[in-house]
Design a protein around this ligand. Sequence first.
Ligand SMILES: Nc1nc2c(c(=O)[nH]1)N[C@H]1C(S)=C(S)[C@@H](COP(=O)(O)O)O[C@H]1N2
Ligand SMILES: [Mo]
Length: 263
Amino acid sequence: MPLRKRPALPGLDAPAILKEARALLAPRIADPGRRAFLGRTLTLGGLALLSGCSLSDDQHVEQTLGAVSRFNDRVQGWIFDPGQLAPTYPESMITRPFPFNAYYGIEDVPHVDEAGYRLELGGLVADKRPWRLHQLRAMAQVDQVTRHICVEGWSAIGKWGGVRFSDFLRRIGADLRAKYVGFKCADDYYTSIDMPTALHPQTLLALSYDGQPLPPEYGFPMKLRMPTKLGYKNPKHIQAVFVTNAFPGGYWEDQGYNWFGGS
Ligand SMILES: Nc1nc2c(c(=O)[nH]1)N[C@H]1C(S)=C(S)[C@@H](COP(=O)(O)O)O[C@H]1N2
Ligand SMILES: [Mo]
């Protein structure tokens, strides 16, 4: 049992709450000295002040950690440098076989049929005509060998090819001043990203994996591949793309994962 001197808030696990708050705040503090400082100085009172929420019960704790996470989104958005590139790797470093992950097992991977497939467009987009795969293949293609980092504790290097997402957004007349781009997937997964990341030069609407059409398990017919973001921000089996100023959330983000999810 951890020794607690003054249980100021009976029923609340203070060390656990502070640990989670530090984890939400720390990734973006580059200087180890300042990270350690945060580790020593963040108290429940400080957390309540920072978030503007009282910590009187579990529901308030949830709200507070949510507020910390949104604060972290703003900081990450603010320090995100649209010109800074994520590392790329030689093909000899590709992880084989590349790991599969989803919120279900590999036996439940959706198999999308190319003949009937249309990518739907919505929101602040001038030309909402749906797209077929061959139209995307006709656009300029880029290949990229980058590292995918999953919060479940693994990372792997893979090679994705496809259309620069910024080219696609310009082509459909997306409002590039809008805040968010949202994605709906064939398996009920959904997520959303900030516009600066959508326009980042390494953000790809990926149609291929390792030189072959994207296999079903890695997201056929297409996934959004962003080496600047954690795995759960990279939607597979995209069915619809929409541009909006209304916060769209995401499958894991709505369950508490940090929304910005930078890597
Ligand atoms: N449609 C969809 N996209 C998804 C997921 C999912 O369950 N469904 N899982 C995410 C998570 S948590 C990870 S780590 C990666 C895994 O991609 P991979 O199978 O290519 O390794 O997909 C992301 N995109
Ligand atoms: Mo993940």
